[in-house]
Design a protein around this ligand. Structure first.
Ligand code: SF4
Length: 453
């Protein structure tokens, strides 16, 4: 079973598969280097990025992730000030401190190689090589960044994984609903019981609360920042200005759709922070990191009786839905397009919200299904390979859709025609049929129809 904390974790922008995953892979490689006993000292490290990482890695901060990981930083704990200084040291001084233990020359132009051709196993591959001064290779390792910041090793796992035994295992939404009915528990309660196989309950609460804290900090920072986003398009941040306008208008006439404006502005704040390389909660990816915080902020500010307990139930329920996508399809834009990122986040948010505004497990399943049904076929075509256009606005649009899906489901009491399992299967098959140029390569769609100034 996928853990709640595999779907939600703290990371840095702009991309979970292209920044966070490579950072984690680089950290593992550096750890192995430090634990190895080589006859000759390490004099050079070369990192090759394959497939989608090679195609959009420059715009998605893959080089930055690799440098931070090799220096021993983890996505969960690196501080914004460390990100700037470590990356600047490599860029300006051409040197890299591996795990703080040895310093080697590092040329980001030649020691990070971008190859558009994919490896056969997965579109997001990385090969790390360490050399001695003689040119002899000391260590070579391959990793795959499989989406949402998760990484698998290219070779056999060093330690065979022991399957975790949980009280309520499920593979499909139908099984999940049956377990809830037979045991008279909610989806959130079921997820909590499964999670308790890993951590004590108090720790689970503390970790969920921490995720919510990081989401709120991210929105706050997004509301304060005025700088332009990195990259050649000079995209202006909009969250601060929009929020100020909304606050001014709050004293005037009542606007029946003001909640939607706030959903937009929360999503923009997080997505702009992500695009700027700031700290976000991967939910379940970074490109789609604005949707769940936006819907949670909406819940806290617009729903009577909102509480931290509601936030926990939302996250647990959303994680159950995310588990279904991760197990039966994909949450990687490089594998299935944006339907696997923004579509999945919308589906998770719809189900999470439905749960805490009174939805039954059946209604939650319906909300999650609606959240994905209207994202089917959504391609990934980030302009300039940056997680900005259309990604930032797409988060705002999906946040409103998630709220709408939850409300639609809440008004539905009878059967619905398309099950969540059917829509997940359809998403996966649609992703398989989608041309590679629409899967995080920036070689199709909007990415090729917008000209650089
Ligand atoms: S278009 Fe969607 S999947 Fe692609 S980078 Fe943007 S948010 Fe991620």
């Amino acid at each position: 079973m996928v853990s709640v904390f595999e779907l939600f974790h703290i990371g840095i922008g702009p991309s979970s598969s292209h920044t966070v995953g490579p950072m984690r892979a680089a950290m593992w490689f550096a750890q192995e280097l430090m634990e190895s006993d080589f006859r000759d000292p390490i004099s050079r490290i070369c990192v090759t990025l394959h497939g989608s990482l090679g195609a959009t890695g420059k715009g998605h901060g893959t080089g930055k992730g690799v440098i931070l990981g090799l220096s021993g930083q983890s996505p969960e704990s690196v501080l914004p000030s460390q990100i700037i200084s470590i990356v600047a040291d490599a860029q300006e001084n051409g040197r890299l401190s591996i795990m703080g233990a040895i310093t080697i020359p590092f040329d980001i132009k030649t020691d990070i190689v971008y190859k558009v051709k994919s490896l056969p196993q997965h579109p997001n591959g990385l090969t790390f090589q360490a050399f001695a001064a003689s040119g002899d290779m000391l260590l070579e390792r391959r990793f795959f960044s499989i989406g949402g910041g998760a990484v698998i090793r290219g070779e056999q796992p060093l330690v065979p994984e022991v399957p975790l035994s949980v009280p309520f295992p499920f593979n499909t939404a139908a099984e999940l609903l049956t377990l809830c009915k037979n045991n008279r528990i909610t989806i959130a309660q079921l997820m909590m019981e499964n999670e308790k196989a890993r951590y004590p309950e108090a720790e689970i609460h503390a970790r969920l609360d921490r995720l919510w804290e990081v989401m709120q900090d991210c929105v706050r920072r997004g509301f304060e920042a005025t700088d332009m986003l990195p990259g050649p398009f000079k995209v202006r941040r909009r969250a601060k200005g929009m929020r100020e306008t909304l606050l001014k208008n709050m004293n005037g006439e009542t606007d029946l759709l003001s909640a939607m404006d706030w959903l937009n502005v929360y999503a923009l704040a997080v997505s702009e922070e992500n695009a700027a390389g700031g700290q976000v909660v991967t939910a379940p990816t970074n490109g789609a990191a604005g949707i769940i915080p936006s819907v949670l902020h909406y819940y806290m500010h617009f729903i009577k009786g909102a509480s931290i307990q509601g936030v926990r139930e939302f996250l647990l329920t959303a994680a159950a839905i995310g588990t279904l996508y991760k197990t039966n399809a994909s949450i990687s834009g490089a594998e299935v397009g944006c339907q696997g990122e923004v579509g999945v986040a919308c589906s998770m948010a719809a189900g999470g919200l439905c749960a805490i505004i009174g939805g039954t497990p059946d209604q939650i399943e319906n909300a999650a299904e609606i959240g994905m049904e209207h994202h089917l076929g959504l391609t990934c075509d980030p302009v300039g390979g940056l997680v900005q256009i259309p990604c930032i606005e797409r988060n705002a649009m999906a946040s409103s859709k998630a709220v709408n899906a939850a409300r639609l489901a809440l008004h539905t009491v009878g059967e619905h025609h398309i099950s969540l399992d059917a829509v997940i299967k359809t998403m996966w098959e649609t992703g398989a049929d989608m041309k590679t140029k629409y899967k995080e390569t920036a070689r199709g769609g909007l990415a090729v129809n917008i000209k650089l100034c």
